[in-house]
Design a protein around this ligand. Structure first.
Ligand code: HEC
Ligand code: HEC
Ligand code: HEC
Ligand code: HEC
Length: 457
């Protein structure tokens, strides 16, 4: 697997963003709009409205300025940022490369990747022909409208005097500024949905493993926006909330697929992507007994519980009364899967809890004490062996980084209390096949003392 290269690249990007004060200004703000809808908004691809194509957004007077505008709420150079630096603009052309040809050949698809809905559904804005405007071209890839929603009915109105955000939303603008809606949007391609999904077959044919964390990925996407509060103030980046909501939604979506009869199985076997890759993919001599630690016994394929582990830390803060029951439900879920019992009822119970937790997270203000509690809680999970699996460790580091960064910006810890430890942890994640939970634990333990010292100053 190519974890090494990808982790390295991501580390470079993460370091760049986390370290540079100039960039941190760009990354500052985002407004949390009140959660308006109880039901999840319709994803851009499923919208009834017409998609007009990137060309309609890109004129130099609209979003295609070479330099950003100084006196505008909106930067106006979004097109340049997206087309020159954002991988989404190249998502379609990836389908023409040798790796994609190889994937398609191994799958025996019978049509090239750039014609196959299977691939276009995530590598472009694949809407039905009747929903394409004159300037729509598939080769735009993951276009403006793939995230902001088809512009057929708001293209004109969103620039009119007195245009109201709510009217634009009614006309098909996707509410990407709402964290929950944003998490669903990103995860629809970066994890998948009932309708589009990177299966184990696709991965075995050469598709990269998916790993996603909303705050990290929001920060490594070349920034083309600078959100403001209602009064136009620059606010601090709300990384912890974005991370927490992203984890709850990710866990919810994983269980949704697990419960879906059409997706949950692949022939005789369950859909293996939902399980810990390294439970199967490692040498036999490398005994880890991760199942024993989890209480499900040896030799058992384990659900990929990386996001559920993160949510346990979040739930302890946001819902201290209910979090113990949640932990028990998760345990029952693991046991049922290991025993081959019907896991459905436990998966549903966990999902219902998650659905209730998300609005709780949105409304919650994480205190300094909460942040430190989560940081130490994540570390202690690692020290007690919960990150026997690479994917748990990977999510934990992204979490430590999101929380550590947030705390440093607010001055709760010094900038150097956490970042050297994170850098070491990232280097231990470079190659998923060489990951050692023991080496990981040693660094976690150092990080723990450094945080305690930092806090006692
Ligand atoms: C559920 C959505 C989804 C589907 C379906 C999907 N992909 Fe992807 N693909 C992604 C995402 C997201 C990434 C980026 C992963 C990352 O970097 O974390 C990606 C990455 C890739 C890459 C690596 C790109 C690079 O820059 O190195 C290739 C190649 C690729 N996909 C080809 C395909 C082909 C061919 C198909 C169809 C057979 C396909 N994908 C189907 C979402 C999808
Ligand atoms: C991968 C998803 C994605 C793509 C592709 C994308 N955007 Fe965005 N965009 C976002 C997110 C997320 C935000 C921040 C949330 C918000 O304010 O709506 C944002 C914010 C913006 C904003 C600021 C909105 C405000 O009220 O402050 C503008 C303008 C914008 N995008 C225009 C574009 C244009 C033009 C393109 C294409 C050239 C584009 N975006 C492509 C996800 C995307
Ligand atoms: C329509 C599908 C789609 C949506 C929606 C989407 N992405 Fe992506 N994203 C992709 C694909 C496909 C790639 C891989 C492109 C490539 O490698 O060339 C990608 C790549 C990325 C990358 C680069 C990753 C790397 O390893 O370098 C980041 C960062 C990213 N997406 C963030 C986001 C965020 C944040 C959101 C939500 C606001 C989002 N994406 C929404 C399909 C999508
Ligand atoms: C239940 C065990 C199991 C799990 C969990 C699992 N795999 Fe697999 N994987 C297999 C088997 C079995 C094969 C087929 C091996 C063969 O063809 O010899 C395979 C094949 C592959 C291959 C192709 C290897 C080759 O030699 O052709 C890749 C790549 C892969 N898996 C990636 C993953 C990823 C990524 C995950 C996690 C998201 C994962 N697997 C989870 C059992 C598993």
């Amino acid at each position: 697997m190519d974890g090494a290269h990808r982790a390295g690249e991501r580390e470079k990007m993460m370091m760049m963003f986390r370290m540079s004060p100039a960039l941190s200004v760009i990354l500052t703000v985002i407004v949390l709009l009140p959660v308006v809808s109880a039901a999840a908004p319709v994803l851009p691809q499923d919208s009834l409205h017409k998609s007009m194509g990137v060309a309609t957004c890109a004129s130099s007077l609209c979003h295609g300025a070479i330099e950003k505008w100084t006196n505008s709420r909106v930067l106006q150079n979004e097109f340049i940022t997206w087309s020159r630096r954002d991988k989404h603009a190249r998502a379609y052309s990836v389908l023409l490369n040798d790796r994609s040809k190889e994937i398609v050949r191994k799958l025996g698809l019978g049509e090239p990747a750039h014609r196959a809905d299977l691939c276009l559904d995530c590598h472009a804005h694949n809407v039905p022909p009747a929903k394409r405007g004159e300037q729509f071209v598939m080769s735009d890839g993951v276009s403006c409208e793939a995230c902001h929603g088809p512009a057929g009915r708001w293209l004109q109105s969103h620039v009119e005097r007195g245009a109201r955000h709510q009217d634009n939303l009614t006309n098909g603008l996707y509410p990407a500024s709402d964290y929950e809606a944003r998490a669903r949007l990103c995860l629809s391609c970066h994890f998948g949905t009932k309708r589009k999904f990177v299966t184990h077959r696709l991965m075995a044919a050469g598709h990269p493993r998916m790993s996603f964390e909303l705050d990290t990925f929001t920060q490594i996407q070349p920034p083309h926006f600078q959100a403001r509060s209602a009064k136009g103030d620059l606010q601090l980046w709300d990384g912890v909330k974005i991370w927490a909501i992203g984890q709850a939604i990710a866990a919810h979506e994983l269980l949704e697929i697990l419960n879906d009869p059409a997706r949950g199985r692949n022939g005789l076997f369950p859909e293996l992507v939902l399980f810990d890759c390294h439970a199967c993919h490692r040498p036999m001599s490398d005994l880890r007994n991760a199942g024993v630690r989890l209480g499900v016994g040896p030799g058992v394929v384990r659900l990929n519980d990386a996001s559920l582990l993160m949510v346990q830390q979040i739930a302890r803060r946001v819902d201290s009364a209910g979090s113990a029951r949640f932990a028990q439900e998760v345990e029952s879920l693991h046991r049922a899967i290991a025993a081959g019992d019907n896991a459905l009822v436990h998966a549903r119970a966990v999902q219902e809890y998650l659905a209730r937790l998300v609005p709780g997270i949105s409304a919650y203000r994480f205190s300094e004490n909460d942040l430190k509690g989560m940081l130490l809680g994540l570390i202690d999970d690692g020290l007690s062996g919960q990150y026997g699996d690479y994917q748990g460790a990977e999510q934990a580091v992204m979490a430590l980084q999101a929380i550590g960064d947030f705390m440093a910006r607010r001055g709760f810890v010094g900038a150097t209390t956490i970042s050297p430890g994170i850098r070491k942890l990232l280097s231990l994640l470079k190659d998923d096949e060489k990951y050692s939970s023991a080496a990981f634990a040693t660094v976690l333990s150092d990080l723990r003392s450094s945080i305690n010292k930092g806090a006692n100053r």
